[in-house]
Design a protein around this ligand. Structure first.
Ligand SMILES: [Zn+2]
Length: 236
């Protein structure tokens, strides 16, 4: 039993993400999604000299009951700016609208062009099976860009509010975020309008601890890496 535990600990001591990339994009559907999904990993990558960009697919226009879309977007964009300032990471805002995100030729091109211009060697986005339409749309547009750009970057899927939003997620890759989890919490606490100091934070604290148990550490973030094979056809 001890030998087995030692073997697992040794196996889990490293991951294929931290220390392996020069430029990362994290593309989340709403302000607070990138942070919930993988702020710990973003911060680790940054500490190791990787340039990290936090991409907000919408401005969260539907996220504050009783306020107009315009007013909500202003509030949530400022919260995202505050969060990125805490992390020391550059934000980028796309033009999709919360609750009304689109998949069409123009939107496919928009995502492809953004990623092509940023030239990342790794991208993180939502796992595609999700209760929220915007999360699914975001994931599919990123996946399409990965195909259209010829798999020139590694693509990882992460989880957000698992159970309520992310569904059927069985991760295979883990990152130990013990050294960055406190700053992760500070970052997503900036999203005050989303109750991130309350329910969302508590939810993701549980996820971080659960994934940590699976990875033999205190806190972890978990991912699935997109695979491909050379016989795939570009069938559009
Ligand atoms: Zn979201």
């Amino acid at each position: 039993m001890l030998m087995m535990l030692l073997a697992v600990t040794t196996l889990n001591a490293q991951d294929p993400i931290t220390g392996h990339y020069k430029k990362a994009l994290v593309i989340g559907a709403h302000p607070d999604d990138p942070e919930s999904m993988c702020a710990g990993t973003m911060l680790l990558l940054k500490q190791q000299g990787c340039e990290v960009v936090c991409v907000y697919f919408t401005s969260g226009e539907g996220g504050i009951p009783g306020k107009s879309a315009e007013e909500t977007a202003l509030i949530r964009r400022q919260e995202a700016l505050n969060s990125c300032e805490v992390m020391g990471i550059r934000p980028v805002f796309m033009t999709q609208v919360d609750g009304n995100s689109e998949i069409n030729k123009a939107r496919y091109d928009e995502m492809k062009e953004l990623i092509a211009a940023e030239k990342p060697d790794v991208v993180f986005t939502h796992w595609p099976i999700d209760a929220h339409r915007d999360h699914r749309v975001c994931s599919m547009l990123v996946y399409d860009a990965w195909r259209q750009l010829g798999h020139t970057f590694d693509l990882y899927y992460g989880e957000v509010m698992t159970g309520m939003q992310t569904q059927m997620f069985s991760p295979t890759i883990y990152v130990n975020i013990d050294s960055t989890v406190e700053l992760k919490r500070k970052a997503y606490t900036c999203h005050v309008s989303q109750g991130t100091a309350g329910n969302v934070q508590k939810w993701h604290q549980v996820i971080d601890v659960m994934r940590g148990r699976e990875f033999q550490c205190q806190h972890a973030e978990a991912f699935v890496k997109q695979r491909w094979n050379s016989s795939e056809i570009l069938d559009r």
